[in-house]
Design a protein around this ligand. Structure first.
Ligand SMILES: Cc1cc2nc3c(=O)[nH]c(=O)nc-3n(C[C@H](O)[C@H](O)[C@H](O)COP(=O)(O)OP(=O)(O)OC[C@H]3O[C@@H](n4cnc5c(N)ncnc54)[C@H](O)[C@@H]3O)c2cc1C
Length: 559
């Protein structure tokens, strides 16, 4: 097992802080707003800048273990860096992410020799990488891949492979120095690492995209491309999908951080704008109909995503395993929240939001990709629902009741973070899952996916309540983000907890009844089991808490 799966201690807080500062300085110098807008328009890949981020700034050193010349950053460090970079520009962040992604099969599945060679070169020479998994016919379903790797046999020994096929939508596809390519060998899907310029290996023209236009996305084509046997990651055929699975928890966390960073970049602009835009006799920042629709709920949803990211990153760094489902929840919550926030940021700017100059229009287009790449939101819903469904069945329905008991215990020690409300929503979820089991409702794919959404919301609310409690107790990790003060974070948590509860109240009825799982005679009993009255009662005080969150967000601006 690789170091990364065993857990990464990561950087100390001071080193992480220095890295974040140097990225900010680099961006101030090389990536002013006008250049970002120009790159977006021309859709030119700023190769020099991306290479400078690796060669001069050494961003890629972050994820390479110290043994191979890197800094040995952990998942938590990668989250903080990805959030910051996405807040600057998601296209450039994507170019850097592609090197992270491209090297992950090596990091998680490579032999010692391969790691020393390839990771050593990435560290030392600042090589750009690309991650070639997707194909024209194989997107969400990677198992359908058609690119083949045919062994070249000499004297009964496999000396190499010939690759034939095509890859689609590959970030850095036209510029990478090294490529990780998933191909079907006789033993099954296998990762190969190959250099640019191999005979028969070509790439297409840059895709003309909706957003992240300054990133390079290109198709790859392989015609009898010869690679040596030593190019097989881990040296054994057929490990490709397992190796891809090993990294999902970690890589989805990176894209989750992208959603968070881009979402906050849009929302921060809207918050600032609303203090100076006077309409109806006062600044928009003082209009509740504006803040409580366009600002506050988005801030709360983003912070729920953050709480889940931080919890998952901490657990990955502690060596708790690959945490694929948790990575999926983090990605789902944060990228959906990021999209919602960026969209609201356009609305919050009115007509000015619709033109390029104010940046929110670009941010909205850029963040759109985060619910698509590294697994679409729908695939996340499926992943989440399937895993927690198993947990429900295995524990005979206790799983979320036990979680709810934990939240009640949290409420006893931290009564101000809304953990009691999350506990109610969590019990409602347990009852909904049980109803789904009794009535076999998951035979409807749509119901299964909706369960995935509700599970993510409930677990996100729980993580946020725990984070708010830690902030209040002064026990947040040193490397944690500190955008919200403890009192404000508690209000954020209470608002999000109520939204999760309201979602359970309405959707818990809607899909169970909608799938004919609750005969009318049964309805009062099901409503009582769901705790409908308690979920509604929990909404008491919502507006007052939203006022508190708005005040805190605008006070942040002044401090
Ligand atoms: C800008 C960009 C950069 C990218 N970079 C890379 C990269 O560097 N490397 C790489 O390998 N790939 C990359 N991708 C590919 C990306 O990961 C895929 O586009 C993504 O996984 C979705 O696959 P697809 O496009 O084939 O969509 P499909 O899988 O065809 O999905 C289409 C729609 O159907 C839904 N869907 C799919 N399966 C199911 C199902 N079983 N049940 C219900 N609904 C379903 C999806 O959620 C989606 O809404 C990139 C894509 C883009 C656009």
């Amino acid at each position: 097992m690789s170091t990364a799966v065993q857990g990464l201690a990561g950087l100390d807080a001071e080193t992480l802080g220095m890295i974040l500062d140097s990225i900010r300085e680099f961006a101030e110098q090389h990536l002013p707003q006008q250049r970002l807008l120009d790159l977006d328009r021309s859709h030119d890949f700023p190769e020099d800048t991306v290479r400078a981020m690796c060669a001069d700034l050494g961003v890629q050193l972050l994820f390479i273990p110290e043994a191979y010349g890197g800094m040995g950053g952990g998942a938590f460090d990668v989250y903080r860096v990805c959030e910051l970079m996405a807040g600057i520009d998601l296209a450039i962040a994507t170019a850097v992410l592609a090197t992270f992604l491209g090297s992950d099969p090596i990091l998680f599945g490579g032999s010692e020799e391969q790691k020393a060679d390839w990771l050593g070169r990435i560290a030392e020479e600042g090589l750009l990488m690309a991650y070639g998994a997707t194909e024209p016919e194989a997107g969400s379903d990677l198992g359908a891949l058609r690119t083949t790797a045919t062994p070249v046999v000499e004297d009964d020994v496999v000396t190499g492979y010939r690759l034939n096929g095509a890859k689609m939508w590959i970030s850095n596809g036209g510029y990478a120095d090294l490529y990780s390519v998933l191909a079907l060998a006789p033993g099954g899907p296998t990762w190969f690492v190959m250099e640019k310029g191999a005979e028969g290996f070509t790439h297409g023209i840059p895709e003309d995209k909706h957003g992240i236009r300054a990133s390079n996305t290109a198709a790859l084509s392989f015609e009898d491309v010869l690679v040596p046997a030593s190019a097989v990651v881990g040296g054994v055929e057929g490990q490709g999908l397992v190796q891809a699975q090993l990294v999902f928890g970690y890589t989805r966390l990176m894209v989750a951080a992208f959603g968070l960073g881009a979402g906050w970049a849009g929302l921060d602009r809207a918050i600032r704008y609303s203090t100076t835009r006077i309409q109806g006799g006062g600044p928009l920042s003082q209009k509740q109909g504006y803040t409580h629709k366009l600002i506050v709920p988005h801030a709360c949803r983003l912070e729920a995503g953050r709480a889940y990211i931080e919890e998952t990153a901490t657990r990955i760094d502690a060596g708790e395993g690959t945490l694929n489902t948790e990575g999926a929840i983090a990605k789902y919550l944060s990228t959906e929240a990021g999209n919602g926030a960026a969209d609201a940021a356009i609305q919050a700017h009115g007509g000015y939001g619709y033109v390029r100059e104010y940046m929110v229009e670009k941010i909205r287009r850029d963040v759109r990709i985060t619910t698509i790449y590294e697994g679409t939101s729908e695939i996340m819903e499926m992943t989440i629902a399937r895993d927690r469904w198993q947990a429900h069945l295995k524990t005979r329905g206790r799983h979320y009741h036990d979680e709810a008991a934990g939240l009640d215990a949290l409420h006893a020690t931290s009564p101000r973070v809304g953990a009691d409300t999350v506990a109610k929503a969590t019990r409602a979820l347990a009852e909904l899952l049980e109803r789904a089991r009794q009535q076999r409702l998951t035979r409807h794919q749509h119901v299964l996916f909706r369960l995935g959404e509700l599970i993510a919301w409930v677990e996100g609310a729980a993580a946020l309540a725990r984070r708010a409690a830690a902030a209040a107790a002064g026990t947040l990790a040193e490397k944690s983000d500190r955008r919200m003060k403890p009192e404000a974070l508690a209000a954020v948590s209470r608002v999000f907890a109520r939204e999760a509860a309201a979602k359970l109240a309405s959707e818990g009825m809607r899909w169970a009844v909608g799938a004919d799982g609750v005969p009318s005679a049964d309805r009062p009993a099901y409503e009582a089991a769901l705790g409908l009255a308690a979920l509604h009662e929990a909404q008491t005080g919502l507006i007052e808490d939203m006022d508190r969150v708005a005040d805190a967000l605008y006070a942040n601006l002044e401090s």
